[in-house]
Write a protein that binds this ligand. Structure first.
Ligand code: XIL
Length: 470
């Protein structure tokens, strides 16, 4: 749809000493979702209900980068059945409504988990647990039938050593048979949804992954209706990358199930710095490449897209900065580009737009251009800016400008030709006077490569302006 909307041409504009080249079709159509879809996969982001009132956040969530979402909390037991046999679907329905309005499919998460489980379940006499479990699965899966394409039926059944998690009231009451029973119950309630088992620390080979492998193999042999295995991939750079991730995914796929990366994030001990960012980027790249290399790896979901709403800081003390967009909703070029290249895309630094030299800045202050740049870098003390339309809808659009080069404390300027007005900008400070726009960086964003994004209004025509960087 977007492809059709902006299909067309490269614009070539010579303005004084500036040369400006933007291929609109290329610039506006490449998203994480479009790249994943080219390989038959989805790329998604989790979300949560409180975030859906943040319009700058939802503009990106629904703006084309993501073709799938997972409700972070809305479909868990404490949300859907807080008291026995009294169901509430309001929060999950809100996520479904958002997803449907923005062309995103939904993974249901999760029917059965030992966490976020209301107290009444744990307090049931053992003899009543199976009936309560089957009722919960039946009611929730039936409500979302046709609205979710997959369910995490059972979440986190194992301890890290590969033994079953005995703190689960389902395990306590029914032993490991609860798992097969849960899958059969879910299949009966929603025969079309893909049914997954999902866990963390199973991403690489090891005792826990072996336990999961043996369980799935046994379930398949018993004819239990299991369609997929989810690998959460909550990674941390200080713990190293999972062992042989691609081979691990492949051995599960070889059992005859789909696999998916379901909750990807890559945290670090704060504060964030360039070295940690670079390590994080290799993790993102490696996870994405592992999935892309496995035919039955159907998609990748990051556990929300922005540090603003990451679960990490409140769960892992002193850690954070785990996602490809920062707390100000600005893309981190390192992590984001690592995902793009992992998905087989090219990064936009290959098509620079405007260059203006500022010889007064000492080259010693400069940073090297991003390793992915394949064209010759601009001269020291210069910068380039590339403007693109990330997504647009009637009356509004989201834009993004990437700044490359060697000019700390850059200033980006352009003039709108069609009456566009910026309502919000992140990653910098904007001043708009009539059609003229000037953007200077937020302090943390002063050194290229840098990116800033904005929301603006448009009507009739929304031409890409010539942008200068100085
Ligand atoms: C997390 C949510 O993101 C938080 O908002 C909530 O407070 C706790 O749960 N594994 C899972 C997810 O399967 O459901 C968890 O989500 C993260 C770990």
């Amino acid at each position: 749809m977007r492809r059709a909307l902006i299909a067309g041409a490269a614009a070539l504009v010579a303005a004084g000493t500036f040369t400006f080249v933007i291929t609109r079709a290329e610039a506006a159509t490449q998203t994480l979702q479009s790249l994943a879809a080219a390989g038959g996969r989805y790329f998604g982001s989790a979300t949560d209900n409180p975030e859906l009132t943040d319009t700058a956040y939802t503009a990106i969530l629904g703006g084309g980068e993501f073709g799938q979402t997972t409700p972070g909390n809305a479909m868990k037991w404490d949300s859907t059945e807080p008291t026995q046999n009294s169901f509430s679907f309001t929060k999950g329905d809100a996520v479904i409504t958002f997803a449907q309005a923005h062309n995103m499919k939904v993974r249901g998460h999760t029917l059965l988990w030992h966490n976020q489980l209301p107290g009444w379940v744990s307090q049931l006499p053992a003899a009543q647990v199976q009936a309560a479990m089957e009722n919960h699965i039946t009611q929730v899966a039936a409500h979302y039938k046709g609205k979710v394409f997959a369910w995490d039926v059972v979440n986190e059944p194992f301890n890290d050593d590969g033994t079953f998690r005995s703190t689960s009231p389902f395990y306590t009451a029914m032993g490991s048979d609860y798992i097969a029973d849960a899958f059969r119950t879910a299949r009966a309630a929603d025969p079309d949804a893909k049914l997954y088992i999902n866990d963390y620390n199973t991403d690489g080979q090891g005792a826990k992954a072996d336990a999961m492998y043996n369980l799935v193999k046994t379930l398949k042999a018993q004819g239990v209706p299991i369609d997929g295995v989810g690998f959460q991939a909550h990674l941390a750079i200080q713990y190293g990358f999972p062992t042989n991730m691609q081979a691990n995914l492949q051995r599960f796929a070889d059992l005859g199930v789909d696999v998916a990366i379901t909750e990807l994030d890559v945290r670090m001990v704060l504060p964030r710095d360039a070295t940690k960012d670079a390590t994080q980027a290799t993790y993102y790249n490696n996870v994405v490449k592992a999935c892309v290399a496995v035919t039955r790896c159907v998609g990748i979901t990051i556990w929300d897209y922005t540090d603003k709403y990451s679960w990490v800081p409140s769960t892992f003390s002193g850690q954070g900065a785990a996602l490809p967009w920062d707390e100000n909703l600005a893309k981190k070029p390192t992590a984001y580009n690592a995902i793009v290249t992992g998905l087989g895309g090219t990064v936009s630094s290959a098509s620079p737009s405007v260059t203006s030299a500022s010889p007064s800045v000492s080259p010693s202050k400069s940073v090297s251009p991003s390793a992915s740049a394949s064209t010759s870098p601009p001269p020291a003390g210069a910068c380039t800016a590339t403007y693109k339309i990330v997504g647009s809808w009637p009356g509004g659009f989201q834009g993004e400008v990437s700044v490359a080069g060697t000019k700390p404390g850059w200033t980006v300027k352009w003039t709108f030709a069609n009456g566009q007005t910026i309502s919000q900008l992140w990653g910098g400070t904007v001043s708009q006077s009539g059609a003229s726009v000037t953007v200077t960086p937020a302090s943390w964003n002063a050194t290229p490569p840098a990116t800033f994004g904005f929301l603006a209004s448009w009507n009739g025509t929304n031409a890409v302006p010539a942008v200068t960087c100085s």
